[in-house]
Design a protein around this ligand. Sequence first.
Ligand code: 7PM
Length: 280
Amino acid sequence: MSAPPVALRCRDKTVDLRHPVVMGVLNVTPDSFSDGGRFLDAEAAIRHGVRMAEEGAAFIDVGGESTRPGAEPVGLEEELRRVVPVIEGLRSATAAVISIDTSKPEVMRAAAAAGAGLINDVHALRAPGALAAARDSGCAVCLMHMQGEPRSMQVAPSYADVVREVQVFLAERVAASRAAGFAADAVAIDPGFGFGKTLEHNLTLLRRLGELTAVGPPLVVGLSRKSMVSKLTGRPEGERLLGSVVLGSIAALAGAAIVRAHDVAATVEALRVVAAVRSS
Ligand code: 7PM
C-alpha cells in the first residue's frame, strides 16, 4: 500500500512530500545570533541556514518573533529588520524553500518580496488582513493550532477531546484559506505541539496523529527541543537532541510530512529510516 503523490507548491518551488522532509528552524532573535552588530547577526544566521540546507533541510523557517510560552510580542519594524536581510541572503545562497514564521500581514508581504515561499503562521492567518496578505503573496501556508495566546497559553490548557478540537479548528482554517483563494496544494496544517497543551494533550495528539490526515493537507509537526522532551527523558534543556529526533520519527511514522527541527542532520538521517519503513 502506498500513499498518493503529495507535494506542496511554494511559488516557484514544489516540494515533494512522498517522503517526510525536514524544516530547519532559524531563529533570528537577539539571543540566537547575537554577535554585536546587526550585519554580523544576519551573516551568522544566513550561514546557519545554508548549513541546514546542506544537511538536507527542504525548508528553512526564518523567525524574528519568539513564540515561546510567556513571550512578549515584537514590534513590526524590529521583526522586519531581523528577518528581511536573512531571507534576502538565503534566497541567493540556497535552493531550499524559505519559510517565514510570522503572524503579521506586513511581514508576510515583505518576506515574500525578499524571496520566501512559505508562510508559517502560528495564528493560522486569523490576524486582521493576514488571510488576504498571505494569499496575495503567492506563498504556500502552514496553518497551526494554538489554544489561547503565547503569553498565557500554558496556564491551564483544557479540552474535552484535544484531537477532535484541533481537527475541527484546522478544517475551519483550511476552508477559510481555500475560500480566500489558496490552491489545495499550497496549504499545510500543524497541530501545534506545546501551544496551549499539556504533556498529556501532546502525547494524545502524537498517538492519534493519523486522524489529522483526514483533514486533507500535509501535516507539519514541531516537537524539536520542546519542554515535553525533557519531561519524557528527564534530561536538561541542553540535552534534547535524541528525544527530539525520536519524537520527530514517531510523528513521521504516524503520517507527518514535514518535521520542523533544530538538529537537521540527525533528523534527516532518522527520517530516511522512517521513509524506508513507511514505503515497505
Ligand atoms: C520556545 C518554545 C521557543 C517553543 C520556541 C518555541 C512551532 C512553530 C514554534 C510548531 C510550527 C519552537 C517553538 N513551534 N511553527 N513555531 N509548528 N509550524 O520550537 O510546532 O521553535 S516556536
